[in-house]
Design a protein around this ligand. Structure first.
Ligand code: PAF
Length: 283
């Protein structure tokens, strides 16, 4: 089956209805395009879970603040389409902003608690924008399963909470971060880094790994684990906006890593904002 490119909602719903009537299980990978191996790994992971793979490419204005990088966010739909087709995606939905948010659109979805703190504190309204578009895409595609990367750990927690609260009939799957050889988490925004910034950017993951080493050596104090990570980051002149130990399941702030925990960070490298996280493990 060659990939169908669809940009209107009625047509997409019709095509997916036919697949569903034929007994197919529908899988969704939602993206903002500028695809890299991290996104494509989501497609690969979905292939064993669904019969019809739907990818969406939509740079969602509602999740960008007024002073953020919406205008310069990288866009190359033809390249994205050929990468998705090459990985076996069946349907690409790439709507316009007007299609998704027609004149008079007025609804915002807000997931309290888990949207607050971390990126939510620094990017007011960001997770409302994410929850709104993801719920809208779920309603349009009606997927049986949808997969999201763990790099956006808080986003994944917001989507899981929304799905639980609203009894959405979709299985949410989280997929591990895909990293460059030096540990930098893959991100569409890495393309903005200058060569020098690209080298310094690996300090985010190096810092988290150093904290992981300290944890494995017996350190459980959150403050100390964050200090270990911060020291590594600062050595490369990378100043974290936040560096926090949180509970893996509920993202609750933790003083001690005495239950399943994750370290999360965000930092500007030059003018590019990067995020990363590491789930603490004994081995
Ligand atoms: O992770 C992303 O790329 C976006 O936040 C998403 C989930 C596609 C919603 O716009």
């Amino acid at each position: 089956m060659s990939m169908q490119r669809i940009d209107d909602i009625t047509n997409l719903k019709r095509v997916l209805r036919e697949h569903r009537q034929g007994g197919a299980r529908i899988g969704l990978v939602a993206t903002m395009g500028a695809l890299h191996e991290g996104h494509l790994s989501l497609v690969d992971a979905l292939r064993t879970r669904a019969d019809v793979l739907v990818a969406t490419v939509f740079v969602n204005p509602k999740q960008f603040g007024p002073s953020e990088d919406l205008d310069r966010y990288p866009r190359d739909l033809d390249r994205d389409a050929s990468l998705l087709a090459g990985r076996g995606v069946h349907v690409l939905f790439a709507p316009s902003v007007r299609t998704i948010y027609p004149e008079g659109f007025r609804t915002t979805v807000s997931v309290a608690g888990v949207s607050e703190g971390l990126c939510g504190a620094l990017r007011p309204g960001h997770f409302d924008g994410v929850a709104t578009i993801v719920l809208k895409l779920f309603n349009i595609v009606a997927p049986d399963v949808a997969i999201f990367g763990e790099k956006d750990f808080q986003q994944l927690a917001v989507i899981r909470a929304m799905a639980r609260d609203l009894d959405l009939d979709v299985e949410i799957v989280g997929a591990p971060i895909v990293r460059e050889a030096d540990g930098l988490a893959m991100s569409s925004r890495n393309a903005f880094l200058s060569p020098d910034e690209r080298v310094r950017a690996s300090a985010l993951s190096a810092g988290l790994r150093a904290a992981q080493d300290a944890f494995r050596a017996g350190e459980q104090r959150g403050a100390r684990l964050c200090e270990v990570a911060r020291t590594v980051m600062l050595a490369s002149a990378v100043h974290p906006q936040y560096l926090e130990l949180r509970g893996l399941d509920d993202l609750a702030p933790l003083d001690f890593a005495d239950r399943p925990s994750v370290l999360l960070t965000a930092a500007y490298v030059g003018s590019t904002r990067l995020i990363d996280n590491l789930i603490l493990s004994r081995s």
